[in-house]
Design a protein around this ligand. Structure first.
Ligand code: BGC
Length: 743
């Protein structure tokens, strides 16, 4: 009898959520129908997210019987649960709860799921928005086939501090490029829209300003002006919101003394207020409870109160909502309308994902199997990876290497590495060792055999022993060319992976010196999740490729570039410092009252007495096997009025002997502003392909919208006056012209 009445209740619930007087309801009406049936405890249940047992991406909370809590409707979402079998099992438990509200399964799908793509920072170096949208699309296809509903990506934090390990997850230092990339990634993950079974809900994180953690130390405080926040750190979040991102995640840091997790200004005023964001906000892992450590609340009871009222809808892992929210409502400290708003936002997404119709629609075993080894995705990963490799130096045209007739020594701790090619935020699969293409394998695939390949490891990644140097030098001496693969291990950049010393680790640069001393032509490949410091190498070795962490097809992609089947085209999305003392370093800085005229100017100017101001490699920099020559800028006008459009043209010529791609970059400087303007700001770029000898006129159309900034009142407006228009192949080497723009 109890069973029957339970069955009847569920049927009534289902029908009443779907129909209103026989007519199909809108999602909002359906959300309201469910909400009306919910007890306070069930509402609070929707606001909790727990970790599953497949992976841990934060400190482990060991508590209670999770399965019983799912059956009791005390959970709205889980993270780190994958495969259709496992998600189905847990979803079945949720279907045993009184109201049968389906669970959402979230996961960090940061740069691929089964097919791993280059890390996001590397992808940003391609400046290829279609590429980034596509890699997010493939990640969504594969992850959604394995039962995942929601990715905690894209990470859109602007980062000017390479000590911060999480720079690898973002798009670098520039708000303009970062905003375009944020939108592209959201579109990629969400595909044709929520409700399609190959679309993941995306999540713009970490809201906000997490990239500015003091000292580049993860989880640290952030102190910045509101103008800086609006000008530099918020634009990619705004772009993600405008692209329709389903969710936001807040961040571990405090912003000017208020934890982001309880920050009303960020979450209620800006995000849900000014930007009219209709999705929901999830906390970061445990960040609700961590407000106690911040010293902003006394205990988890106060933390729950502060976070919910501050605009955090879902509590990831801290249990503060579970343990205290219902009590807070009963005591009149939290208004039920705030709880209802949070629950509504979450239920709405569950409806949009189609989970109320069919909670198992992401649990299709055949689909999972078909996406498990997708050869087409691997091919795409390979070609994308090649497009992210940055050629930093190619003195004497050492590269590309010949495919025949030469003996090549491959030396360094990464030559035969497998796992290290994937980088942080990639999951381990049982067949990784046979699936991930090492550099050695990639070169062998290219050459058809290992007959003319020699190998020595030379040293380990981190330790300082030189015991392998002699063998490496001996191997190098038998070769015609040496390719060295050095860098950071996969777990040296990423969450909780800040480094105070960002030089090449261990004895690796010493090994490079020893090999360079043999007199053989040396090519250095640097695998890393951040800009590293490698001055000796940069100054002495003829050829350097920055090979990041490139994913499953790393070895093949590097071989494509090494042997000229792909002519490198990527451009740095972050400035590379000469040493840690220059950090934070970014191209779009203010001029100061005493700017240095040159790198050696020390005449009471803003400079270091022991270091030039300029970076080792500037933002936007990257070479090609061919050369591009830029003509002078020609402008349609030099005096404009507010409704005018300015057309800036430049002729770019491929003066080398390879066909190649160039990213032509437009920067603008507002010479006088009521609020100081940066020395240059990226305002546009165009990717072009030119054959040897070919030239093309590249055109940028500029309007006053491109001149806007946040003024003294934080209004986004432009001011008339003089502007400098700059066009070039990187942020340093630009052609310039001045114009005047009147109201
Ligand atoms: C990270 C987030 C991540 C979450 C879940 C946190 O520690 O900061 O970026 O999405 O864990 O794995």
């Amino acid at each position: 009898m109890r069973r029957l009445s339970c069955f009847l209740l569920i049927t009534v619930v289902q029908l009443s959520t779907m129909f209103c007087f026989g007519q199909r309801k809108t999602i909002d009406q359906r959300v309201d129908s469910v909400l009306k049936l919910m007890t306070l405890e069930e509402k609070v249940g929707q606001l909790n997210q727990y970790n599953g047992d497949w992976a841990y991406t934060g400190p482990i909370t060991k508590d209670g019987d999770k399965q019983a809590q799912i059956r009791n409707g005390q959970l709205g979402s889980m993270l780190n649960v994958i495969t259709v079998e496992h998600t189905r099992q847990l979803q079945e438990m949720a279907m045993q709860s009184r109201l049968k509200i389906p669970l959402l399964f979230g996961q960090d799908i940061i740069h691929g799921f089964r097919t791993i793509f280059p890390i996001p920072l590397a992808e940003a170096a391609s400046w290829d928005l279609a590429l980034m949208e596509r890699s997010a699309r493939i990640a969504a296809i594969e992850a959604s086939a394995a039962g995942v509903h929601w990715t905690f990506a894209p990470m859109v934090d602007i980062a000017r501090d390479p000590r911060w390990g999480r720079v690898m997850e973002g798009a670098g230092e520039d708000p303009y490029l970062g905003s375009l990339i944020a939108a592209a990634r959201v579109k990629g993950f969400q595909g044709r829209g929520l409700g399609n079974t190959d679309a993941l809900m995306a999540c713009a994180k970490h809201f906000a300003a997490y990239g500015a953690a003091v000292g580049g130390r993860d989880y640290n405080s952030v102190d910045m002006s509101e103008r800086q926040l609006w000008e530099t750190y918020l634009p990619p979040f705004k772009a993600a919101a405008e692209a329709g991102v389903a969710t936001f995640m807040n961040s571990f840091n405090d912003l000017n003394g208020i934890p982001a997790t309880s920050n009303k200004l960020l979450q209620r005023d800006i995000l849900k207020g000014q930007w009219k964001f209709k999705g929901f906000v999830v906390s970061d892992w445990g960040s609700v409870g961590e407000m106690v450590n911040h010293g902003n609340v006394k205990d988890n009871y106060e933390a729950a109160l502060a976070a919910l009222t501050g605009g955090s809808d879902m509590d990831m892992e801290s249990r503060s909502y579970r343990d205290h929210l219902a009590k807070l409502v009963r005591e009149g400290k939290v208004k039920i309308s705030l709880i209802d708003d949070a629950v509504r936002r979450i239920l709405k997404k569950k409806f949009e994902m189609g989970l109320f119709e069919d909670p198992y629609r992401f649990c299709n075993k055949e689909r999972q199997d078909s996406q498990w080894n997708n050869a087409a995705h691997l091919r795409e990963s390979r070609s994308m990876a090649a497009k992210t490799i940055v050629l930093l130096k190619n003195q004497g045209q050492v590269l590309p290497l010949p495919k025949q007739g030469k003996t090549i020594a491959l030396i360094g701790p990464f030559v035969k590495a497998v796992r290290d090619n994937l980088g942080f935020w990639s999951y381990q699969w049982p067949d990784d060792s046979t699936r991930i293409v090492s550099l050695w394998q990639g070169v062998q695939n290219k050459l058809g055999s290992a007959d003319k390949m020699l190998y020595a490891k030379g040293c380990e990644i981190r330790d300082t022993s030189r015991s392998g140097f002699a063998e490496a030098v001996e191997v190098a001496s038998r070769a015609d060319i040496v390719v060295m693969n050095v860098g950071e291990a996969h777990d040296m950049s990423g969450e909780a992976k800040s480094r105070s010393n960002i030089h090449l680790p261990g004895a690796q640069e010493e090994l490079i010196k020893a090999i360079q001393a043999t007199g053989k032509p040396v090519v250095v490949l640097i695998n890393a999740g951040r800009p590293l410091v490698f001055n000796w190498t940069a100054d002495n070795v003829p050829a350097i490729l920055y090979t990041w962490w490139l994913g499953t097809e790393a070895g093949n992609a590097i071989a494509d570039v090494l042997f000229g089947d792909y002519n490198p085209s990527a451009k740095l999305p972050m400035s590379f410092p000469r040493t840690e003392g220059q950090i934070p370093i970014y191209y779009n800085h203010y001029n100061s009252g005493r700017p240095a005229k040159t790198d050696s100017d020390l005449n009471y100017v803003s400079a270091y007495i022991d270091l030039p101001n300029s970076p080792k490699f500037p933002f936007g920099f990257g070479l090609s096997y061919t050369q591009f020559e830029y003509g002078d800028i020609s402008l349609s006008k030099t005096s404009l009025r507010s409704t005018d459009k300015l057309v800036a043209r430049v002729t770019v010529r491929n003066s080398g002997s390879f066909s190649g791609e160039e990213t032509v970059q437009l920067y603008i400087r507002d010479m006088v502003g009521s609020v100081i303007r940066p020395v240059k700001e990226l305002k546009g770029f165009k990717k072009i392909t030119l054959k040897p000898g070919e030239s093309r006129v590249i055109e940028f159309t500029i309007s006053v919208n491109d001149l806007r900034f946040y003024n003294e009142k934080l209004a986004n407006d432009w001011e008339p006056g003089e502007f400098e228009i700059m066009i070039g192949g990187n942020s340093r080497d630009v052609k310039k012209m001045k114009i005047n723009w009147a109201r």
